[in-house]
Design a protein. Structure first.
Length: 372
């Protein structure tokens, strides 16, 4: 399908903060524009105006929601379809569901691009509220087989359109740990500092690693409400000098961070198709990750990554040792990871996505013709 000249309403978050969905929204907008489409971004996380409203819990939601709904209504008059980046929890109720109903009222086809590792628990809790909106979506796309199974269990067919990795930015120029050539192993965690990403387990695993490699360094690249608690944990483990908290990292700096790392650790408790793992694989960094949610759909244990149980610092440390102690194995996993991410480049994902666009638009046009 040729989308040149097509006007698409893309609804989702934008950086900052640089979370996976925000980065995917921004990247997709750029790629569709490069195809010649006109992309109208409807941002769900626009800065509060005035800025101080952001400090007023409860009230601040209205200051974001009302302009958002107005933008949706206006955008629906100008675009041929809505592409909605959707997530679980209040994000669904406040942003995705209204986009579906406004599209329905305005006669605009809507594609739900659902993501988020908490989908199964969210659906168990609130599916009676979610189902009416899902029924009115013209298509549901998901980035992984994990989410495909979550929807299938509840009777909703989906199409898999994977997340996109930019190999122009994340490229394999990383070093691989070699004790004869490098002074210390460098480990990174590139998840935001939120409870679901369990950075505390990564710190405890690193504490074990540090007993064997006293000069080892760890960087936690991300921001979030857990930072103070994690800093206290690092201090309590006597690792303040070895652990760096970067705060928010922009995309270019993140690429450089991967290129300097020996191992990337993903300690999350729930997950779907983490962009951070794709970025590490593309950069040639061996990955140690918890085997949760969609991660086993993304990587294969002992082939493209090493997988461990969640909240198990000993197992996580053992997996890190397995890479640091065996450079040949680390290189083999790194090379397999680099090959595996080729399927997530835009030329491969593009055809899947545009095929969904074409089918939805054709079906909508046929329905309109039948009514006439």
């Amino acid at each position: 399908m040729n989308v040149s000249g097509m006007r698409i309403g893309l609804i989702g978050p934008l950086p900052p903060p640089s979370g996976g969905m925000a980065n995917q929204t921004l990247q997709l907008a750029k790629l569709l524009r490069a195809e010649g489409a006109t992309v109208e971004l409807v941002q769900v996380n626009r800065p509060y105006r005035p800025h101080w409203i952001g400090g007023l819990k409860g009230i601040r939601a209205a200051f974001r929601l009302l302009p958002y709904l107005a933008h949706l209504w206006q955008s629906a008059a100008r675009v041929r379809l809505f592409h909605v980046m959707a997530n679980s929890g209040w994000s669904w109720h406040l942003f995705a569901a209204p986009a579906i109903w406004i599209a329905r009222i305005r006669g605009v086809p809507v594609i739900i691009n659902y993501r988020g590792g908490e989908a199964d628990a969210f659906f168990d809790e609130a599916f009676s509220w979610i189902k009416p909106s899902l029924r009115r979506a013209d298509a549901i796309i998901v980035p992984s087989g994990f989410l495909e199974a979550v929807f299938e269990k509840r009777g909703f067919p989906t199409r898999i359109v994977p997340n996109i990795i930019d190999l122009g930015r994340f490229r394999a120029e990383t070093r691989l740990w070699d004790s004869s050539k490098t002074d210390f192993p460098y480990i990174i965690v590139t998840r935001n500092l939120e409870p679901i990403y369990d950075n505390a387990t990564a710190l405890r695993a690193f504490n074990i690693v540090k007993r064997r490699f006293p000069a080892a360094k760890l960087t936690l690249a991300g921001s979030g409400p857990e930072q103070e608690a994690l800093e206290k944990l690092a201090a309590g483990l006597d690792m303040t000098d070895a652990v760096t908290f970067t705060g928010r990292v922009d995309n270019e700096s993140m690429a450089a961070l991967y290129r300097s790392a020996d191992v990337m650790v993903n300690p999350s408790l729930v997950d779907n198709m983490p962009i951070s793992i794709l970025e590490a694989l593309a950069s040639g960094v061996p990955v140690v990750s918890t085997s949760v949610g969609g991660v086993p759909y993304l990587v294969e244990h002992d082939k493209t990554a090493l997988l461990v149980s969640p909240q198990d610092p000993d197992a996580m440390a053992d997996a890190i040792f397995a890479l640091l102690d065996n450079p040949a194995r680390a290189r083999q996993i790194s090379e397999a990871g680099i090959k595996s991410v080729q399927q997530y480049t835009w030329p491969k994902v593009r055809d899947r996505l545009l095929r969904v666009y074409e089918e939805v638009l054709t079906r909508t046009q046929t329905s309109v013709t039948d009514i006439k």
